[in-house]
Design a protein around this ligand. Structure first.
Ligand code: PBG
Length: 329
């Protein structure tokens, strides 16, 4: 027999009024849960809309700095900066990734100079810099794991030297967390944290992001399935997480978000470590497009999707809605 039986129990009693609904709310969303992923481009005083992500723009560094200040004023603790590297800087071996004067490094230094209190997170992966659009080095159609990891270590050190607080390896090479941790420590960056994209799936929901950073047109082979995970797998995500924790990850991430809430919950139930989820570009595009057509209420679906991540067990949420959501909260 159930403990709860009608008519002794009438769940609607706790939904009758706003104050009572507020009091029995189980999950909270605040701006402190949000991380704002933003796109930076060359030039000054420039804003370029991204057609597949209405409302999201690539900003020149000076404008990024202003936006970062706005983010702190809204209570958003951190931003994740993604560079739209000019095509003429992209090469087969992605050397620009290691240039301490590259776009992302200049952006990080500028933000840290003017808005030192904001946390800055940088991806580690070669796709913004490779002419073939892959996250790793490509040789005869194969992604080279260990040679890529050697580059990622250097990329992480260059970004840490620019002032980045959290290194977020998004490349999915094996063994990269441990290698980057040792590299950072040896270079004197033992205080720089690692947020591992531990369970990153080979997802079609990244499409608009690849437009935003200009890595879509050139993706050789068309997908990243030899390194990003198969959307059908869960147990494998648990193994990826264990490897990353053992190798020194401070923080875990699941990506994409909404289609992978079960993965967020499973990780939350098993590991007592900070957990982030990435509501990716395609999720943003879906909700925005439907709202543009008047088919969905933009603000309500935005907040509902964000609370779902919290309910599933995520501590922090990377979302292109960050500024808009923080304004409402
Ligand atoms: C690159 C990277 C991607 C995203 C974040 N870092 C794209 C990819 O792996 O192809 C996707 C983010 C988004 O879709 O919003 N390693």
């Amino acid at each position: 027999m159930s403990l709860f039986e009608f008519p002794n129990h009438r769940p609607r009693r706790l939904r009758r009024t706003p104050w009572i609904r507020e009091m029995v709310t189980e999950t909270r969303l605040t701006p402190a849960n949000l991380i704002w992923p933003c796109f930076v481009q060359e030039g000054t005083d420039l804003t370029t809309p991204i057609p597949s992500m209405p409302g999201v723009e690539r900003l020149s560094i000076d404008r990024l700095v202003v936006a970062a200040r706005r983010a702190t004023q809204l209570g958003i603790p951190a931003i994740a900066v993604f560079p739209a590297t000019p095509a003429d800087k992209k090469t087969a071996y992605a050397e620009e990734a290691l240039n301490s004067e590259n776009l992302v490094c200049r952006a990080v230094r500028a933000v840290k100079e003017v808005v030192p209190e904001i946390g800055v997170i940088c991806d580690v992966a070669l796709d913004p810099y490779s002419s073939h659009g892959h996250d790793g080095l490509l040789e005869q159609g194969e992604i080279l794991n260990d040679a890529t990891v050697e580059m990622l270590i250097k990329q992480a050190i260059v970004q840490a030297a620019a002032g980045c607080d959290v290194i977020a390896p998004s490349d999915m090479m094996d063994g990269r967390i441990g290698a980057i941790r040792r590299g950072l420590d040896q270079a004197g960056f033992e205080h720089v944290a690692i947020m591992a994209y531990s369970a990153k799936y080979a997802s079609a929901f990244y499409g608009p992001f690849r437009d935003a950073v200009g890595s879509a047109a050139n993706l050789a082979g068309g997908d990243k399935k030899t390194y990003q995970m198969n959307p059908a797998n869960t147990a494998e995500a648990m193994r990826e997480v264990e490897l990353d924790l053992r190798e020194g990850a401070d923080w875990l991430m699941v990506k994409p978000g909404m289609p992978y809430l079960d993965i967020v919950r499973r990780i939350r139930d098993r590991f007592d470590v900070p957990l982030a989820v990435y509501q990716v570009s395609g999720e943003y595009a879906m909700l925005s497009a439907a709202a543009e057509r008047g088919w969905l209420d933009r603000q309500r679906v935005m907040l509902e999707s964000l609370i779902a991540f919290r309910r599933a067990g995520a501590d922090s949420i990377l979302t292109y809605f960050a500024l808009e959501a923080a304004e409402l909260l």
